[in-house]
Design a protein around this ligand. Structure first.
Ligand SMILES: [Zn+2]
Length: 398
């Protein structure tokens, strides 16, 4: 029995009263004003006059033929090409049935498309909302946890390192930082400054407010604005919670969404586990950009010239070029640790230049009231190895 569809004959099935619920396979032909079904051991024919055509089966994929004169009998085919059979264009009842079926298919296609569109929009929405959600989750973290996390990490960093504790030097440094810190909202964080004796150009911040400067960076700067520019950038990593946000982001979308809609108490254990991770964490490019821009705003609010961070990046770039010339290979760039996490790309300085050009304060910045060279000499005098460039022994730049 051939069951393959041809333009005139369609692969079909039928239910016949004498065969109960058994489905009989066969072919369907429309000719001589009849819908004819021929199966292995069964034959059925409905007159086209009075035939009822409906859709049915799973996902409405089958076209059913029935007739009031043949109760409990039906013929069906999954080959929808049958709707294009000339009989469907000639008989008004079939034309109506065909149009009804096509309309119904169109509606169901629109619904499927609508659902898919909604689904895609929902996924895109969650994806777009990821960063705001991460931010909101980070905001739920009590500041005490952040401080504990940062203090734990700082204890690990400072192990075996020499801190500059001289009262005069520290007082001068605090005096330098005072106008900037006064412009930073202190409602959540209290900043703790640390000077680590290390010849590499580096500075980094930890969650909760510990900010660490290597003496190498302070001595390499030409102006107090350069130090303050780096400082404002590091403070911004703290206020924007980049450390905590980095950890939360790493948890994955599912955990972020459930923490966002649930409570953040489960985060405590996760954060504690991540304290060592903070020391090797590299901020994302987005977080660096955010810290550049927020730092710029803090400097602007403090009436400090943000050009300092630009000239500092340029200085790093020149130093890098010099070192690369002297020592091709790159290992010697350890001395420029800050550069490894803060690439001084032309794009970065260009963005800062643009902010500066647009700044309403433009050139109305105050001159820092501190003899910077004097501060540097006092600092240099307090170093345990003032003449020897100490090679940095760990990488924990932020
Ligand atoms: Zn940074």
């Amino acid at each position: 029995m051939p069951t393959r569809s041809t333009p005139d004959s369609f692969e079909a099935g039928a239910f016949l009263p004498e065969h109960g619920t058994r489905r009989i396979a066969g072919t369907l032909r429309i000719d001589g004003g009849m819908v004819n079904f021929a199966g292995d051991d069964a034959f059925l024919a409905f007159p086209l006059e009075g035939v009822q055509v409906t859709m049915g089966g799973a996902s409405d994929r089958l076209v059913f033929f029935a007739h009031t004169s043949f109760p409990k009998a039906s013929i069906f085919t999954s080959d929808q090409a049958i709707l294009s059979h000339p009989a469907f264009a000639q008989n008004p009842a079939l034309v109506r049935a065909r149009d009804r079926i096509r309309r119904r298919k169109l509606v169901s296609r629109c619904i499927t498309f609508g659902i898919l569109t909604l689904l895609v929009a929902a996924i895109a929405g969650v994806w777009l909302a990821k960063d705001p959600m991460v931010r909101a989750v980070a905001r739920q973290v009590p500041v005490e946890w952040e401080q504990k996390l940062g203090d734990t990490a700082f204890t690990q960093v400072s192990l075996g390192r020499k801190l500059v504790t001289d009262a005069v030097v520290r007082k001068q440094f605090e005096q330098l930082a005072a106008p900037l810190l006064a412009a930073v909202p202190q409602d959540r964080y209290q900043f703790k400054l640390h000077l680590v004796e290390d010849a590499s150009f580096n500075a980094f911040a930890l969650p909760g407010g510990n900010v660490v400067f290597h003496t190498g960076l302070l001595l390499a700067a030409d102006t107090p604005e350069e130090v303050l520019g780096v400082f404002a950038h590091e403070i911004s990593h703290v206020t924007q919670q980049h450390g905590v946000r980095g950890i939360v982001q790493g948890l994955g979308l599912y955990a972020i969404v459930t923490t966002f809609f649930g409570d953040a108490s489960g985060l405590a254990a996760i954060l504690v586990d991540h304290a060592p991770f903070l020391l090797t964490q590299k901020f994302s490019r987005d977080h660096e950009r955010e810290a550049d821009e927020q730092g710029f705003r803090y400097l602007e609010a403090a009436k400090l010239n943000p050009r300092g961070i630009i000239t500092f990046f340029e200085k790093l770039r020149r130093e890098e070029a010099k070192l690369r010339e002297k020592l091709p290979g790159g290992d010697a760039l350890d001395a420029l640790e800050f550069l490894s996490t803060h690439p001084a790309t032309p794009e970065r300085t260009a963005r800062l230049e643009k902010l500066l050009a647009r700044s309403p304060r433009k050139d109305g910045f105050t001159v820092v009231d501190l003899n910077f060279k004097e501060f540097q000499s006092a600092l240099r005098a307090k170093l345990s190895q003032p003449d020897k460039a100490k090679k940095p022994d760990a990488k924990q730049a932020k």
